[in-house]
Write a protein that binds this ligand. Sequence first.
Ligand code: PXL
Length: 277
Amino acid sequence: MKYPKILTIQDISCVGQCSLTVALPILSAAGAETCILPSAVLSTHTAGFSGFTVRDLTEDFPHIIAHWKKENISFDAVYTGYLGSGAQIAFAKSIFEQLLKDGGLTIVDPAMADNGKLYPAFDQAYVEAMKPLVFGADIILPNITEACFLTDTPYQESYDEAYITTLLDRLTAAGAKTIVLTGVSYVPCKTGVAVRQKGETRYYEHRKFAKGCHGTGDVYASAFVGALLNGKSAYDAAVLAADYTLLCIGLTQGDAEHWYGVKFELALPEYIRMLGK
Ligand code: PXL
């Protein structure tokens, strides 16, 4: 796609290097016209800060959507990340149906859980609301915890290939098309991503830093979407995004004060080079 127009729907965490403050620069660096629909404005993200403020913007959604329809605005791709409520998930679904160009792509990062637990703002009702959005999308990027919630599978800290195959099979049976399952780690010092497309599964394994960073999921998903819009296959985009995210984590290691996000900006020139631009 030459100059794709993408809409990304997620929150603005003013401080914390996640969601829109990550997606907007990365997708712009990938050469996409990046339109945004902010789901909420938070003073910080919710994972580790306390006393954050939240202004939910759901009320604005129908007016924004109606205006875009009146202006005949449509998108080559729509990518959703962290959303605030079941109502916003339903609006995202209606945007997929009403504002996507013919042949346009829908990409959903369920962004609701990690390490076996839902994020503080979410509950089982949110998981249930997320299922139709996920299973109606062209490409999904769940981590293992999210895949478990989406398929009602008990979460396991350690697992083997058979467990991952079961998760991918269950996601597929529920309607998932292309699946990019992140954080698949069979040995302590390695992790990777399993990509299932048209019945075929490929696994990309790479080094795992001893200390993970917050916000890597959003950096990864945004870099993946940017690569995809540049014509990469799902697997090649998954590999490129993993390599870029690793660079970002490497640049953040050792800075205890920067616990809340990754210094992805420093590696943007390398991301653009990886895309062959
Ligand atoms: O996708 C991560 C994320 C995005 N936005 C907010 C969050 C989180 C993770 O905790 O709290 C507000």
